[in-house]
Every structure is written in structure tokens, then in C-alpha cells.
Design a protein around this ligand. Structure first.
Ligand code: PMP
Length: 312
């Protein structure tokens, strides 16, 4: 996870010096919101996939959480993200912007602390592992329930929310699986711990509606790509047993990209191989992020080739 610089509140700070204080409210109560993006090496140089949508979701997460007086707007954070990638000279990387409650008295009143912003970048391979990516992921339905939308806000990437994901993921990995599928408080399929989920039945893609899930940027890209390819997509409630009898299942997220699922709860999905719909959507997705798709221009923001002063 090494890089030369981490952007903190307008400065490019050397990696080793980018630390927080022990009494930062962010680490005691999870008082932070974050984003996850990827920069790809495209045929035209490094490009960030759907940068504006991610930054808008970051600002929306802060708004949902209730952060008042965020000192930066979408354009500031958009520019700072490109600057950070360029300063670190990455051609491909993962990007992690974080708005965190940096200081102030330890307490539960958000308004007592000050929001600070950091942007970190690092080189990151396949999130669910190379084997899961090539052979298909093995998953299990979690015994932990996904967030209730009026307990934790499911549309916001609030750091504290992710304890739910961490517990489900850890249990699944300890049991020998790659990832957990989480059910919403009503028992319908919601999403994975860090990915949205799709099944294919008779050539039609079905995916859970947005009510209890994170509105994934990759999910939106998958739906758009599928419709471009004339593959019908239905957003409707999905049940656990519908996973068992799906022809295909795949998950998507910025970190996991698009990964097919070979097995759920010890039931093989289809013939256990990547199905034709997942294959077509995945191939189009990877062409797009490399700059060779019909939506590449719309969805990629290129990292400018300019020298930045580090401000130090
Ligand atoms: N669901 C959850 C819970 C996530 O953490 C993520 C990762 N951000 C996703 C879905 C996928 O979202 P995206 O495609 O925007 O990365």
C-alpha cells in the first residue's frame, strides 16, 4: 500500500508522515466517510473510472452522515484526486479518499470535531484473489444481516458501517470462502460485503433494488453496459433460493471489478464456469476501462501529464 505521497488537506505529505493522532474521533467511533476508485492504464494514458460519480457519492456520504461545513466541493476533490495520482506517478492504482473527523474533544457530537480530508493511492491487484477471479468465487450466505436503512445509512460509505461487512467477510474467509452474500433485514438478498450482486436466469439479469444496498458505481456501469448489449436487466427483490437456481451469478465493485460466482452455500451455479452473460459484460467492462469501449470517453477522466509542486 506504499506510495510517495498522501494528499491531506491541500498538501502532498510524504507517506511516512501521513499519520493521525490517537485521540482522533475517527478511530474511536468510525467517524469518517470514504470512497474507493480505480485508475487504469488506458490506451491514452492513466484514466480514473467514473471519477465525478465517485466524488459526488463521497460528498453525498458526508451529507448523509451530517457533516456540516465540508471545506471542499466536488471540483476541489476531483482535482485533488488527479493531482495525487500524478504526484505518485502511478499508471494504475486504487484511490481512497477519506473525510475524517480529525480532532476535537472525544464525544458523540459530530459538530464538535473538524472534518479533514485525505486521498491515498496504492497499487492493488484482484480484490477477491486471482483464483476467485479466474475460477469463480465461492460464497456463503452470511449469518449476519445487512444494515437496516434506518439503523445505518446504506447509501453512505460511512467507515463505522463497515464493521458489519468486516464481521461477515471475516467469518466467510475463516470458513474457507471468498466472500459472503448478505441478506437485508427482511431476508431478501442485498449485496456482498463490498460488492453488488447479479443473477442471470433465462438470459435476463436480475439484481436487488437500491433500497437496502449501496448504490454501486460499478453496478450502474454493469446495468448500462448490459442494456447497451441488449441484455435485459430487472431490478427486483431476489431471494436466497433464486441464487441457488440461477444460470449465472456475478458480483461487481470498484475493488472486485466483475467476478463470477462458481458456488454459493455449497451449490454449484450453472456448470460452475463463467456464463455467457457474465463473460460478455466483463469483457465490455475491461475494454471500457482500458479506453477501448464506446463509453470510455464518457466514463474515464485522464490524469494530466503536468508536474505538481508537492507544497512541502
Ligand atoms: N456494496 C458495498 C457494501 C460496497 O462497499 C461496495 C464498494 N464500494 C459496493 C457495493 C460496490 O460499489 P462500487 O461499484 O461503487 O465500488
Amino acid at each position: 500500500m506504499k506510495s510517495d505521497y498522501i494528499w491531506i488537506d491541500g498538501n502532498l505529505v510524504p507517506f511516512e508522515e501521513a499519520t493521525v493522532h490517537m485521540l482522533s474521533p475517527a478511530i474511536h467511533y468510525g467517524l469518517a466517510v470514504f470512497e474507493g476508485l480505480r485508475c487504469y492504464e488506458t490506451i491514452n494514458g492513466p484514466g480514473v473510472f467514473r471519477l465525478r460519480e465517485h466524488i459526488e457519492r463521497l460528498v453525498n456520504s458526508a451529507q448523509i452522515f451530517g457533516v456540516l461545513d465540508l471545506p471542499y466541493d466536488v471540483q476541489d476533490l476531483f482535482d485533488a484526486t488527479l493531482l495525487t495520482i500524478r504526484a505518485n506517478r502511478f499508471t494504475e492504482c486504487y484511490i481512497r479518499p477519506l473525510i475524517y473527523m480529525a480532532d476535537g474533544p472525544l464525544g458523540l457530537n459530530l459538530d464538535a470535531s473538524r472534518p479533514a480530508v485525505s486521498i491515498s493511492t496504492w497499487e492493488w491487484g484482484k480484490f477477491l484473489g486471482d483464483e476467485a477471479f479466474s475460477k469463480g468465487a465461492r460464497m456463503i450466505v452470511s449469518s449476519f444481516t445487512r444494515l437496516h436503512p434506518n439503523v445505518h445509512m446504506t447509501k453512505a460509505k460511512i467507515s463505522g458501517n463497515y464493521v458489519n461487512s468486516v464481521m461477515a467477510k471475516t467469518l466467510a474467509v475463516r470458513a474457507g470462502f471468498d466472500e459472503a452474500v448478505m441478506l437485508d433485514p427482511d431476508g431478501y438478498v442485498a449485496e456482498c460485503t463490498g460488492e453488488n450482486l447479479f443473477i442471470v436466469r433465462n438470459g435476463v439479469i436480475h439484481t436487488p433494488p437500491r433500497a437496502t444496498i449501496l448504490e454501486g458505481v460499478t453496478r450502474d456501469s454493469v446495468i448500462t453496459i448490459a442494456r447497451d448489449l441488449n441484455i435485459p436487466v430487472i431490478e427486483e427483490k431476489v431471494t436466497r433460493d433464486q441464487l441457488y437456481i440461477a444460470d449465472e451469478m456475478f458480483v461487481c465493485g470498484t475493488a472486485a471489478e466483475i467476478t463470477h460466482v462458481a458456488e454459493i452455500d455449497y451449490r454449484v451455479i450453472g456448470d460452475g464456469q463463467k456464463g455467457p452473460v457474465a463473460k460478455q459484460v466483463q469483457e465490455t467492462f475491461f475494454r471500457t476501462v482500458k479506453g477501448e469501449g464506446t463509453r470510455s470517453e464518457e466514463w474515464l477522466d485522464m490524469v494530466p501529464v503536468v508536474e505538481y509542486s508537492t507544497g512541502i
